[in-house]
Design a protein around this ligand. Structure first.
Ligand code: NAD
Length: 433
């Protein structure tokens, strides 16, 4: 691999002609192109990697509690399986689109490769407003969607997991639907299951734990103390709340949190356990009685040591990147920063731990769950967390080393490592005629 090229000679990163800055697949390709060029990727493998292996679009008819039948659109995209089965979450959201699912599937390919798991990348989603559903409607939607995409699923072909607005219960229904089709239990067909059904201890906290570890590594690299570091976290769901809690347990001062209903700032630090208890009782952070109410935009622009966007894509764009004042940006969400914003952050000396590394803790423990399901032998939470720690620390060091060696930002370095590993698998496998 020719990885010693001079990055300064490359053109600025912008969306391809006709594609907007916030088109997620275009944003992925901008980063991909830059890294592929730097490693001297040959054109044949480049042509394979820049498009998904499979794109499945299914209609999902659901009988609502009222007796009405509504039809939703579901997607499952498999980007690449050169290194192993497709792996990637399922999202229920009113903003789901094929372009978004394609980007998320490709990010899963790079994420699994950057932390060196034997998985490829996939992602799924259903275009819906999940807040409208009763539990029964959600279950019927899940079972019908699972049936729609069942031809791709299997522990050796495509393994879903939770993502935005899906959880352990949804994974339990996917598992059961698949089991009913094949006639026996296959726990390794899906990860992020309840522990009582073959889920892994530590999976629920794994993405947040990985973000905490990545933040810790970055602060140590920069010589910044962890204790007392100020942190703002956008998104207070699985990833955001756990990251905030674990960073506060490490001695950081979480001065701002927020969710889709708004955000709160308290310079003295927010009691994260109390905020989690509030969300458990009320569903969201709305009217949380602590600190000052601020907007989500204001949260992103706070003068803090660490900013963790842990909600959705495209929250840091060319429009607001110049106003980001955090020293470290640790991307809990997938795709929170656009490619155009990357350049501004870099010029302003902001250290970015890219999404495909920062939030890889979730898929890492999903991998542990898949291994445990297949061996039928279950690990202690301590062992899960130790092994997660080893993988995050090693991967962070590999990305940092690549970044320093080639004088590129960590995002480009992570893509270079990942694309190189997937390309190696393609070269070794060759093409089936
Ligand atoms: P979640 O549904 O548990 O939580 C999402 C949070 O974001 C909620 O608090 C919600 O209120 C908030 N939010 C939604 N829209 C918002 C907006 N416009 N402004 C501010 N906040 C908003 O989802 P999650 O599982 O925590 O996922 C969050 C992100 O992390 C997504 O990008 C997801 O793809 C990524 N991710 C999740 C995992 C995982 O294991 N769950 C793993 C890797 C990456």
């Amino acid at each position: 691999m020719a990885v010693d090229m001079v990055p300064e000679l490359l053109p600025p990163r912008t969306a391809p002609p006709g594609r907007s800055e916030t088109d997620p697949f275009a944003a992925m390709l901008v980063r991909y192109d830059r890294a592929a060029e730097l490693i001297g990727l040959e054109p044949g493998i480049d042509r394979i990697l820049r498009q998904p292996e499979q794109e499945l679009v299914v209609s999902v008819p659901v009988e609502m509690d009222s007796g009405d039948i509504r039809v939703f659109t579901g997607y499952r995209v498999i980007h690449n399986r050169a290194r192993g089965p497709g792996k990637g979450g399922i999202r229920y959201d009113a903003r789901v689109s094929l372009e978004e699912v394609k980007a998320l599937a490709a990010w899963m390919t790079w994420k699994c490769a950057v932390v060196d798991l034997p998985f490829g990348g996939a992602k799924g989603g259903v275009l819906c407003d999940p807040t409208e559903f009763s539990a029964g409607e959600r279950e019927r939607l899940t079972r019908r969607y699972t049936t729609g995409i069942i031809r791709t699923l299997g522990p050796d072909s495509d393994v879903p997991a939770p993502d935005v607005n899906t959880n352990e219960q949804v994974m339990a229904w996917i598992h059961d639907t698949y089991a009913m089709h094949v006639g026996h239990a296959v726990p390794a067909v899906v990860t992020g299951k309840p522990v009582a059904l073959g889920g892994s201890l530590g999976r629920r906290e794994a993405t947040g734990r990985g973000c905490m570890l990545a933040t810790k590594e970055m602060l140590a690299h920069l010589g910044m103390p962890l204790r007392g570091a100020t942190v703002a976290v956008q998104g207070f769901g699985n990833v955001g709340a756990v990251t905030a809690r674990l960073l506060s347990l490490e001695g950081c001062r979480v001065v701002a949190i927020g969710d889709k209903t708004g955000a709160f700032h308290d310079a003295k630090g927010i009691d994260i356990d109390d905020a989690i208890a509030w969300v458990k009782a009320h569903g969201t952070l709305e009217r949380y009685p602590a600190g000052d109410a601020i907007t989500n935009d204001e949260l992103l622009e706070l003068d803090v040591d660490v900013l963790v966007p842990a909600a959705l894509e495209n929250v840091i764009t060319s429009a607001n990147a110049g106003r980001i004042r955090a020293r470290v940006l640790c991307e809990g969400a997938n795709g929170p920063t656009t490619a155009a914003a990357d350049d501004v952050l870099e010029a302003n000396g902001i250290h970015v731990v890219p999404d495909i590394l920062a939030n890889a803790g979730g898929v890492t423990v999903s991998y542990f769950e898949w291994v445990q399901n297949r061996s039928g032998y279950y690990w202690t939470e301590q062992l899960v967390n130790e092994r997660l720690g080893e993988i995050m620390t090693r991967s962070f060091a590999e990305v940092l080393r690549t970044a320093e060696r080639h004088r590129v930002p960590m995002r480009t370095a992570a893509y270079m490592l990942a694309i190189g590993r997937v390309a190696t698998a393609h070269r070794l496998r060759g093409l089936y005629a």
